[in-house]
Design a protein around this ligand. Structure first.
Ligand code: AKB
Length: 315
């Protein structure tokens, strides 16, 4: 019987991941923690509490007391915010990971999912169809912490047998909980502004291509990776995930198919430099081969659903 802990259950990924895991493993077997209050559906459908992953003793106690066997640790300061508080972000991102690894060593929670990101790549990485193994010289605090985290995960797997699993998420697009502090957040904000005001001022330039993925695809693939027999996994650092690559201009054109009056303008800010250092598209053939990464949503299918759901939500 798996007992699963999701750390960061109130965030963009966590609020949806918890509900999907509960539908698979049973509400009572999926524990949800965060330093922020969760959504009503997360709070009301199963166990959980306010818990700070940086507080190691409390974390370990919670894991042992509830016989946790798997942890999804989603706590992180994202790329844009991390640039404003570099050393604090480094501290939070690394400590959150190391605490869950150490807790895994001292408990039965040996299986650990930790999200990495396309931010592990940098300006010297090949920008198109970025390979799984390539030059990695990230120049953002967030990217440096994600790359270091991948190395720590692989190290603890090889040396101490921790069942560490990870994907390099592209930008994630969802309607339930808004993202916060990332460079790819424009691709979520744009839908809210389209519905509210019929227009959007984008903080990236028109032709900035970045890889993105709709949340349902991200959640399904994350769970698929966690359910794959360990012997099939040839990588214990983190798997490339391509998603769909598009520019703000292409996203705006997709929105216009459903909202012809929609208007976009561009006013790049400090996040443009971050986006310029990331890949435009990704090669994820290793993930497809090892654990069957797939994806259901293309740009227009995602746009249509986002517009419908954000409109419903704002009503
Ligand atoms: C961010 O923009 O910081 C994140 C990411 C790509 O990891 N969405």
């Amino acid at each position: 019987m798996e007992k699963i802990l999701v750390i960061g259950c109130s965030g963009q990924i966590g609020s949806e991941l918890v509900m999907t895991l509960r539908s698979i493993y049973g509400n009572e077997n999926v524990y949800a923690t965060d330093i922020k209050y969760p959504t009503d559906e997360v709070r009301d459908s199963g166990p959980g509490q306010i818990l700070d992953v940086l507080d190691f003793q409390n974390l370990l106690h919670y894991i042992v007391r509830n016989n946790i066997t798997q942890v999804y640790n989603l706590a992180a300061v994202l790329s844009g915010n991390a640039e404003k508080i570099p050393l604090q972000a480094w501290d939070i991102n690394m400590k959150a990971l190391i605490n869950t690894i150490l807790a895994a060593q001292q408990s039965d929670a040996k299986k650990l999912f930790w999200p990495s990101s396309i931010a592990v790549f940098g300006p010297t990485t090949p920008r198109h169809n970025t390979p799984q193994l390539t030059i990695m010289e990230p120049n953002t605090v967030y990217g440096i912490s994600k790359l270091a985290g991948e190395r720590w995960g692989e190290y603890y797997h090889q040396k101490y047998g921790i069942d560490f699993r990870s994907v390099r998420y592209p930008g994630l697009i969802s309607y339930k909980t808004e993202a916060g502090g990332g460079t790819t957040d424009y691709a979520v904000e744009i839908f809210y502004e389209a519905i509210r005001h019929g227009r959007y001022e984008c903080f990236l330039s028109a032709d900035t291509a970045l890889p993105m993925m709709f949340m349902d695809d991200a959640i399904n693939n994350t769970i698929r990776l966690m359910q794959t027999p360990g012997e099939n996994l040839t990588l214990r650092s983190s798997y490339n995930v391509a998603g769909i690559s598009f520019t703000p201009k292409q996203l705006a054109e997709s929105i216009k198919k459903y909202m012809p009056e929609f208007k976009i303008s561009y006013k790049p800010d400090f996040r443009q430099a971050i986006a310029n250092s990331w890949p435009a598209s990704i090669d994820d053939s290793v993930a497809r081969r090892d654990w069957g990464l797939t994806q259901e949503y293309d740009l227009d299918k995602m746009t249509k659903l986002m517009l419908e759901k954000v409109e419903e939500k704002l009503k």
